[in-house]
Design a protein around this ligand. Sequence first.
Ligand code: MLT
Ligand code: ZN
Length: 470
Amino acid sequence: MTDFRPLLDELRRICGENQVLTTASDVEAYATDWKRSAKGTPLCVVRPANTAEVAAIIKAAGSHGAAVVPHGGNTGLAAGATPGNHGDEIVLSLGRMKAIRDLDPVGMTVEVEAGAILQTVRHEAEKHDRLLPVSLAAEGSAMIGGIVSTNAGGINVLRYGMTRALVLGLEVVLADGTVVDGLRHLRKDNAGYDWKQLFIGAEGTLGVVTAAVLRLVPLPRDSVTALLSVADVETALGIFTLAQNTVGDALSAFELISATSISLVEKHAGLKSPIAAGEWYLLVEASSSLSGLETAMETLLTEAFERDLALDGVVAASHQQAQALWALREHITEAEAREGGGLKHDISVPFGAMADFLIEAGNAVAAVCPGAGFNVFGHLGDGNLHYNILLNGAADHEAVNRAVHDTVGRHRGSISAEHGIGRYRLSEWLRTKAEPEQRLSRAIKQAIDPGGLFNPGKLLPKTSIAGGAE
Ligand code: MLT
Ligand code: ZN
């Protein structure tokens, strides 16, 4: 057993006595994931104030044989920031590094430190009539470093892309403590390999993202939200095509919500759907800097009714009504947790396969877990659903995961559309990812973090790097 006391002393010298947490009660919030399904035992939690301290911590950790687990808002849902159980990993919390270093409304960029809260940055951008277009239910806790490191999705991907599409520059700290300053505010930069792409969505396995330059867009002045109910997913996809033709490029969200999800929210969050029930609901949002959205949304609903696609529907008449409709969507994850939690899946398949996927996955899950419930919701406009299974008593989780992911595989989909692999999906990633793709991933890790210092056991198994058994 390594004696880490000299390392702890060094960390205290780097960050100050109060910024190195070691007691069980102090580290608890950092040692457990949001769902409370994964738990670890870190050596300590360390909270640096700036990039120089991050670099010093990483050097110290490396020289004493401890690993480093970068930690943001802890809202990723894949246990990507939860330490292992051997007491040899430092949780590196970026929460104190939250400065908005620069916001340029003309160049439409913002430079922020990794610990800045997404909502705070969005509010700051709004003051300048600009939008940071990453919108998540967890935006009050999610931090920019985590958003970048997980390549977060959310409800506006349909219009603006994943986080990757918004990152112009990064500052990262490598395993040997080198600070790489790529904080360029450029729209165009083809000067060599675009190395920052490797760190976006790497889940903290290659280095620590300490700051980022993100692209902003003009703040939409007008926004319209509608809720519709429909009988089946094929009809929902028909309405998606209709929405693309009527609302066009102003379409900013197209969310699918199952009747079960609505019942959970009604039961646990005290909310009520204002429209007649269907098997599925659609939450559709259009937003633009130009006016005329309400007419376009009314056209969408009129056509959906005339073609017998929608069972019922409403267009929000005020900002408050729109917020009430969005609350139905935003409370699903919390309502599921209150119901007892679900076995989460975060799948994507091509649009044309979505209806077949739902039938086939439903049958496959029922075969291995009779009586299971299905809390299905998500970003239909991106082909991405949260296909969460409400287990009825004891169940073979692995068999359920296999049932869902094998169906995903048959349709050439993804077992993680937006949440990442973390600890939670590692065994399924190893089981389902093709060998050449796994080999490429290992080669990248080997090239950038050959000692396996960063986030061991996330995204890739620990053994593949260190060479020894975990
Ligand atoms: C969402 O879309 O609400 C989030 O990805 C959270 C979840 O999957 O529960
Ligand atoms: Zn989502």
